[in-house]
Design a protein around this ligand. Structure first.
Ligand code: F0G
Length: 350
């Protein structure tokens, strides 16, 4: 049978109502890429893989959960979906709404959404509304309006988002034959880490695939789960995870703790350095937030808080580098320009 997306592939593992009417862009089935050179840079002696979620149809991991949320909403007759977003959820919701032929409304924090995400949401035909405030303000507003009006909320407060999202954990187990020892991933609104833990537990209970320890990583300027309190004015170059009140924060902390792992924070410099290393050493260009999991792993190893020896470690890289071209262009010196002559080219290349 040709690949048909995460719902058909894992239907019996997903708690979706009977009315669900599959809307798919053939999301999922993303590669688990070995990154041995990066592992060497971190000291070596372990197996390191990147779950390259930026290769989903709209360019981020959000598509797994979005296929489920939109399929459920459309199946019960919803004519419009709404979400708050730092960008990727917006693009994903817009894409699946387009696929379903329903309207999408996306609320984004003014001026804080990376170019590729905003362009995506517009391209797929969403109504894009900027909010003078943070993601957290936008999320509060969409919750309120979806209670009053027939707009299906497709943020990860929606339980079906997690049902779809957990398929990433299934895929990792199916590819490796077992769960990894550690799973490292960025944490923003905390839906993803919550869903991974659900998925790993469910597979382990049914198939004995084992459980990973979870290393959740926040940006230091937006680290409510590390600080233990909300952050009123979150700030980070990793705009995807610029969130001060994670909707699933409690569950994320519980998941990390139950797994024997933890949630830590890394600086913007560490995030950008890892983004660059991953691209230049392994040819994988991810957006800044997506490098946070690996940056956290590197920091823990460096500090001697974590012994990776002989371990199998998977880092989830959540969004494609094309989502945020500015993050790279900002640090790029002026481009070299030459007249169309061989000697001029040789002068700069040879
Ligand atoms: N990585 C990327 C690229 C993201 O876009 C997000 C979240 C995360 C990591 C964190 O995932 O929220 O489940 O903990 N982006 C949301 C959005 C908030 O609106 O696109 P999380």
């Amino acid at each position: 049978m040709p690949y048909a997306g995460v719902i058909p592939r894992y239907r019996e593992w997903l708690d979706l109502p009977d009315h669900t009417q599959t809307i798919s862009l053939l999301e999922g089935d993303t590669p688990l890429v070995p990154v041995p050179r990066l592992a060497e840079q971190m000291g070596g002696g372990f197996r390191l893989f990147v779950k390259y979620e930026g290769l989903n149809p709209s360019g981020s991991f959000k598509d797994r959960g979005m296929t489920a949320a939109v399929s459920e909403a459309v199946g019960r007759g919803a004519k419009a979906v709404i979400c708050a977003s730092t960008g990727n959820t917006a693009a994903s919701a817009a894409a699946y709404a387009a696929r379903a032929g329903v309207k999408s409304v996306v609320l984004i924090p003014e001026g804080k959404v990376a170019l590729g995400k905003l362009a995506g949401a517009l391209a797929y035909g969403a109504q894009v509304v900027q909010v003078e405030g943070s993601f957290d303000d936008a999320l509060r507003l969409v919750v309120e309006i979806s209670r009053k009006h027939p707009l299906a909320l497709v943020n990860s407060i929606n339980p079906y988002r997690l049902e779809g999202q957990k398929t990433a954990a299934f895929e990792i187990c199916d590819t490796l034959g077992h769960a990894p020892d550690w799973l490292c991933l960025p944490v923003g609104n905390a839906g993803n880490i919550t869903a991974y833990w659900m998925g790993f537990r469910q597979y382990h209970e049914a198939k004995g695939t084992g459980l990973p320890k979870l290393l959740g990583v926040q940006a230091a300027g937006a680290a409510p789960l590390v600080l233990g309190h909300p952050v009123e004015h979150p700030e980070t170059v990793a705009t995807a995870i610029r969130i001060g009140r994670p909707a699933r924060g409690e569950q994320a902390l519980e998941a990390a703790q139950q797994s024997g792992g933890r949630i830590i924070a890394v600086s913007d410099d560490e995030i950008l350095a890892m983004q660059r290393l991953l691209a230049e050493e392994e040819g994988l260009w991810v957006e800044p937030a997506s490098a946070a999991g690996l940056a956290g792993l590197a920091a823990e190893i460096r500090a001697g808080r974590f012994d990776p020896k002989d371990k199998t470690i998977v880092a989830v890289c959540t969004g494609h580098g094309l989502k945020d071209p500015d993050a790279v262009l900002r640090r790029t010196p002026e481009l070299i320009t030459v007249p169309p002559r061989l000697d001029a080219l040789e002068a700069v290349v040879i």
